[in-house]
Design a binder for this molecule. Structure first.
Ligand code: GRF
Length: 191
């Protein structure tokens, strides 16, 4: 039985792209899935350079709130991954990719998520709460920030003396393990 072609994955980015890099590395030569395009909300995102180095087509959105522009940029993608993407996805795009769009968040949702809860703010809040563990969450993305059904999580300890930076680094390592695993699992079901 010949392999079906790899699932075409579109990755939405806004920042440095370390999660994108983890996907590029994990999906390199995979028969299951490939990063087919990288779409950024910012022209200066470091993630764009990572895509170019991997010869992956890129696009920069003029207006991330415009559903037509984003749908055109997504083209024939079969799975959409928000990886460090900080904008809300327009409802028409969420509908088109219902059940096929995921997001990674650097905390154990449903705690420490929602508007304004990104980057440093997340780890500040986790430390302030006295929580003894944090982690990464991959969930289905919908019309709101960080609210969709949780797919998988990976927990990490919060250590005494942790700073937001030391906790962020530990969580980021968990993200880089979790996201590729979830994408490959989903690709097996979509492909
Ligand atoms: C990561 O913590 C991710 O969870 C959050 O943005 C941070 C940076 O992501 N959404 P990346 O390095 O741009 O992939």
């Amino acid at each position: 039985m010949p392999h079906p072609p790899p699932v075409r994955v579109a990755v939405l980015v806004s920042g440095g792209g370390t999660n994108l890099q983890a996907l590029l590395d994990a999906l390199h030569d995979s028969p299951l899935a490939r990063v087919a395009r990288v779409i950024s909300s910012r022209a200066d995102a470091g993630a764009l350079e990572r895509a170019r180095r991997a010869s992956v087509p890129t696009a920069v959105l003029r207006d991330p709130g415009d559903p037509a522009e984003l749908l055109a940029a997504l083209g024939d993608a079969q799975l959409v991954v928000l990886a460090g993407y900080v904008k809300l996805v327009p409802a028409a795009v969420v509908s088109r990719f219902r059940g096929r769009m995921i997001n990674i968040h650097p905390a154990l949702l449903p705690e420490f998520g929602g508007p304004g809860m990104y980057g440093q703010h997340v780890h500040d809040a986790v430390l302030a709460s006295g929580a003894t563990e944090s982690g990464a969450t991959v969930h289905f993305a919908d019309e709101e920030f960080d609210r969709g059904k949780i797919i998988a999580q990976e927990r990490v300890p919060v250590r005494p003396g942790d700073t937001p930076d030391s906790l962020a680094a530990r969580v980021l390592e968990a993200e880089h393990r979790l996201l590729p695993r979830v994408v490959l699992d989903l690709a097996k079901r979509i492909g």
